[in-house]
Design a protein around this ligand. Structure first.
Ligand code: UD1
Length: 362
């Protein structure tokens, strides 16, 4: 049996890690393909090092572009790789453009697709990721759902029940197996930070960076808050703020840093008083680390994180920011964890793929 896995963007790397290791342990032949969607040192290589992922077997070097240009270029190259490698199954993870390109190219060549992180829905078609999720789930033969609500979403869309497997959250498996290692990080020392004395923010979504005024309003209102805020800045957000000439005028309590590697970020997050983010995966990691989370979006596909107040949605409304921070900072406590968010997710995935050869048929 031969399995080909496709990754490309930062949040893919921690999702593929445990799956890759599980297949390796079972001596399954594997091909790891990297589309090159993320290519900067700190968006890409540092993750392969931190996660001890092998160098990809195939690197496509596609890089940035509009959605059509990027996805199209990936599809045409992935098709070539698939015809050469002839895998029995393709694994795609998450909801990025590399996930979509991999799934479409594979199914068009009659190669079955396994989608890890199936069924998440924000019900917001303004998000490119929501479009990717819906399309990938519709054409995949194995739907690996992280939560019970994701299973419900798939069923209500008419997915074939025997193709849905509730396996839990694979990113959590990576977090659990790397947390100990993250404690060796020097990031607090480098930034001269004391645990629990600062907030952390990440912001990069297309919807949140398209209007520079909204983005700057958010930073302005952060500047009025009496706590240090660390912001590892995504290249797209950096570009918007730079072009607006805002970076040199940023509030004194705000410290802009380069995007961090996996282990440094995990350690910085676990020691923070709270986190503000528009990322998907960080909402889940915050819950696992018991760090209160403020999500800078109107909706979330990670609805399970909203339970027990671990995560609150405030959109990009600067007026809601300071009250959200004071409310959520009081809440720091141990949050109950969702079922199957554990260290056996990749085992469940591999068991399903190996145990259900009948599902390979389209
Ligand atoms: C992608 C995912 C998003 C995920 C995010 C994590 C899609 C549709 N979106 O968004 O779901 O949360 O990754 O980071 O796939 N750039 C660089 N260097 C890089 C990568 C990107 O400078 O290594 C810049 C380029 O200017 C590029 C922009 O960032 O145009 C956006 O990159 P892109 O890959 O299109 O999407 P992300 O915003 O990173």
């Amino acid at each position: 049996m031969k399995i080909l896995s496709i990754v490309g963007a930062r949040p893919n790397f921690m999702k593929i890690k445990p799956i890759y290791e599980e297949f390796k342990q079972r001596k399954i032949e594997q091909v790891l393909v990297h589309t090159g969607q993320h290519y900067d040192e700190n968006m890409n290589r540092v993750f392969f090092e931190d996660l001890e992922l092998p160098k990809p077997d195939v690197f496509l070097g596609i890089g940035s572009g509009t959605h059509g240009v990027q996805t199209g270029a990936m599809m045409s190259r992935i098709e070539e790789v698939l015809s050469e490698e002839k895998p029995d199954l393709t694994v795609v993870v998450g909801d990025v453009n590399s996930t979509l390109a991999g799934a479409i190219s594979s199914i068009k060549m009659q190669i079955p697709v396994a989608h890890v992180e199936a069924g998440y829905r924000s019900f917001d078609m303004r998000m490119p990721e929501e479009i990717n999720r819906i399309l990938v789930d519709r054409i995949s033969q194995f739907l690996f759902a992280p939560t019970e609500d994701a299973v419900t979403n798939l069923i209500s869309e008419g997915a074939d029940k025997k193709r849905i497997f509730f396996v839990g959250n694979v990113m959590v498996e990576t977090l659990l197996s790397h947390f100990q290692k993250s404690k060796k990080s020097n990031i607090l020392k480098i930034l001269s930070l004391v645990p629990n004395s600062y907030g952390l923010m990440t912001i990069h979504r297309a919807e949140n960076t398209a209007d520079k005024k909204i983005l700057i309003d958010l930073f302005n209102s952060l500047a009025k808050i009496d706590i240090k805020i660390i912001v590892p800045l995504h290249p797209r957000t950096k570009k918007v703020l730079e072009e607006a000439g805002y970076l040199k005028n940023i509030g004194k309590n705000i410290e802009i840093i380069e995007p961090l590697g996996y282990l440094d970020f995990l350690w910085l997050m676990s020691n923070s008083k709270f986190i503000m983010t528009d990322s998907g995966g960080i909402q889940e990691e915050a819950l696992m680390l018991d760090v209160p989370c403020i999500t800078l979006r109107e909706n979330t596909e990670r609805v399970v994180t909203l339970k027990n107040g671990a995560n609150i949605l405030i959109g990009m409304d600067p007026l809601k920011l300071s009250s959200a921070i004071s409310e959520i900072s009081k809440r720091k406590k141990k949050y109950p964890k969702p079922p199957l968010w554990d260290d056996k997710v990749s085992k469940r995935i591999a068991d399903a793929i190996i145990g259900h050869p009948e599902l390979y048929f389209l």
